[in-house]
Design a protein around this ligand. Sequence first.
Ligand SMILES: Nc1ncnc2c1ncn2[C@@H]1O[C@H](COP(=O)(O)OP(=O)(O)OP(=O)(O)O)[C@@H](O)[C@H]1O
Ligand SMILES: [Mg+2]
Length: 386
Amino acid sequence: MSLLEILRSHRVVVTVGSGGVGKTTSAAALAVHAALEGRRVLCLTIDPARRLANSLGLSEMTTSEQEVPKELFAAHGLELKGSLSAMMLDTKKTFDQLIHNLASDAESRDRILNNEIYQYVSNSLAGTQEYMAMEKLFEVRKDPSWDLIVLDTPPTANALDFLDAPERLIGTIDSPATRWFIQAFETSDRGAFGALLSKGASLVLSGLAKFTGAEFLKQVAEFIAGLNDLFGGFRAHATEVSEALRSDDVAFVVVTSPHPLAIREAVFFSDRLKEAGMRRDGVIVNQVHELLPEPEPEADELARMVAPHLERSRFSPEEAVERMFTALDDERMRAVADRVETDRLRYHLGEEVNFVEVPAFEEDVHDLLALHRVSKYLTGELSSAL
Ligand SMILES: Nc1ncnc2c1ncn2[C@@H]1O[C@H](COP(=O)(O)OP(=O)(O)OP(=O)(O)O)[C@@H](O)[C@H]1O
Ligand SMILES: [Mg+2]
């Protein structure tokens, strides 16, 4: 299935990959294409990037949905048949909403929401952002006003974190350490409790150094009591979210750059998807350097051509041409290296995985036309040279 077919036949498309490879750009470009084609699209991003907001004609990304002005498309000569809205994920707000939905009554809800340890956990616990992205997706997926939701995911140090996020968050909360912690507290065994604190092994605890003595204990007691009330619902819900991730209407697109480290991660991630029995719907290799051709004229002719432009330069025409050839060589070396890495990934993935390449543009992707241009590579209307 081509990326275009994937886009057309799914309700949710998720872009995943390591940091800075172009997940947000790819998600936005896919959303732009689908909206042009006539679907009502929500682009859900975790990225507050002003550049992305601006390229969609918005002054900034907000945590409530904003429709991209139709006039913006018209101004660029693009006919918009559907609609495009963008929204930024708010991890804390999503977590609060989850507590709202799961708490058995108002009192237990407020006990958690107002708890200082919760405030810390909901912002900082490993995996929270990934899990909340999934949580939000789960929520908007039920909303019939969207034909397509494109989800841009957080830059994970390890792209795998994302898939395991619901289980991992539960694992963190329901870990032997937490159980010991609860037990230590319940039995008021200050010895064990003290030992746990002094170990300093827990991320949560080390982040709570500002609390002291009695206040700390009170907060912990409240948090744990609140959590116990919530926990059954939380576990069942996370399982539901996790299953939703594996359903047929959700497509995963792995984004990578041709950088060796990114490729290594993409290989690893794609193997994990396969192991987990999930489809590997598509792979985008973004920012591929294209092989520039050698210039036609000979060096001495080039020197004559550049001479009139060098009047105020400290370089002679010959020096300038030599530098140009050095730069060209560097560029060609990068293109060859990118080709080797990209082919390595393509070979590893095999025929069944759809594969597209987007060239590295001279400038950042900073406006709607640039996003549209990216989308043309993604959908196969354009293909990168070599
Ligand atoms: N094909 C391209 N050519 C040139 N610049 C690009 C290209 N694709 C993306 N960029 C630029 O690279 C930068 C990183 O892209 P982007 O923000 O989409 O990556 P990301 O994977 O979402 O990053 P993060 O992991 O930080 O969220 C942006 O400035 C973007 O404009
Ligand atoms: Mg991003």
